[in-house]
Design a protein around this ligand. Structure first.
Ligand code: SPD
Length: 276
């Protein structure tokens, strides 16, 4: 059937548009509008309040970077926490590691998980993994109340730092993250596009440096996010050695391979100039 319907993500004065095959899911939750739309060129996409979260075609760049990069730097990870990430892509990648015993997922909006389970079968495979526990609550409260040194790896897989997600780049939040991390544990957060969301990126980096003694920046490509050139910040209470900590290679990756570690941690001059 021919469709003339297009959906766009508008970010400031730029928009990226996708031709719609079919709207599969559309619901106004307590927090946001959750939509899953089948498109011609990018497969099924998830949008929250009109902002692109995932497309089936390019989600692997994002989910493989945010999970395998920190996992490559850590030895024998057992306890993990994912904040946001209700589409399931990040926990799908963490579930590839036999050493991981616990994957806690804190997602404020249960409708995001419901939509993914219903319409995104390639992303939602790990929801039934017995190591996964789901908490539908505010992440800032959850982490404030978490036990000290209770996670080896904490991942923030959030939407842009606006509205209810804004606190996820604040110093209070980072302070709670620091407390909840084990001594050699690692924190990673998506940190916006240095190109199109420069101020968000700089603020995230500044706040993180204020709280943690050791910090790094990684980058990746996400073609359907504003700017496409994406960043991730890492932090730890211990020195972050930029080398592989083990030789386990997760299966079925489309982007990640151990050699990517050096590439993604290599800081382009453009990023270096932003944080001088
Ligand atoms: N501008 C969109 C940033 C969204 C990052 N998180 C997306 C969730 C994917 N699991």
């Amino acid at each position: 059937m021919f469709s003339s319907l297009w959906v766009s993500e508008q970010y400031k004065n730029t928009a990226l548009s996708f031709k719609v095959k079919e709207i599969l899911f559309s619901k106004q939750s307590k927090f946001q509008k959750v939509e899953i739309i089948d498109t011609y060129d990018w497969g099924r996409i998830m949008m929250l309040d009109g902002m692109m979260m995932v497309t089936e075609k390019d989600e692997f760049f994002y989910h493989e970077t945010i999970s395998h990069l920190p996992m490559a730097l850590l030895k024998d990870v057992k306890k993990t926490l994912v904040i946001g990430g209700g589409d399931g892509g990040t926990i799908r990648e963490l579930a590839k590691y036999p050493s991981v015993e616990k994957i806690d997922l804190v997602e404020i909006d249960d409708v995001v998980v419901k939509a993914s389970k219903k319409c995104l079968p390639e992303l939602s495979t790990a929801f039934s993994d017995e190591r996964v526990s789901m908490f539908f609550e505010d992440a800032a409260e959850f982490i404030k109340n978490a036990e000290a040194e209770s996670y080896d790896l904490i991942i923030v897989d959030s939407s842009d730092p606006e509205g209810f997600a804004e606190c996820l780049i604040g110093t209070d939040f980072y302070h709670s993250i620091k407390k909840a991390l084990t001594e050699n544990g690692l924190f990673i957060s998506q940190s916006s596009s240095p190109l199109s969301q420069t101020e968000d990126f700089k603020k995230t980096w500044r706040n993180l440096n204020f709280i943690f003694p050791y910090n790094e920046i990684a980058w990746s490509l996400i073609p359907t996010y504003p700017g496409a050139f994406w960043s991730f910040v890492l932090a730890s209470k211990s020195e972050i050695k930029k080398e592989l900590a083990h030789d386990f290679v997760p299966e079925n990756c489309k982007f990640w391979k151990p050699e990517m570690l050096q590439a993604l941690l290599c800081r382009p001059n453009y990023i270096a100039s932003l944080i001088q």
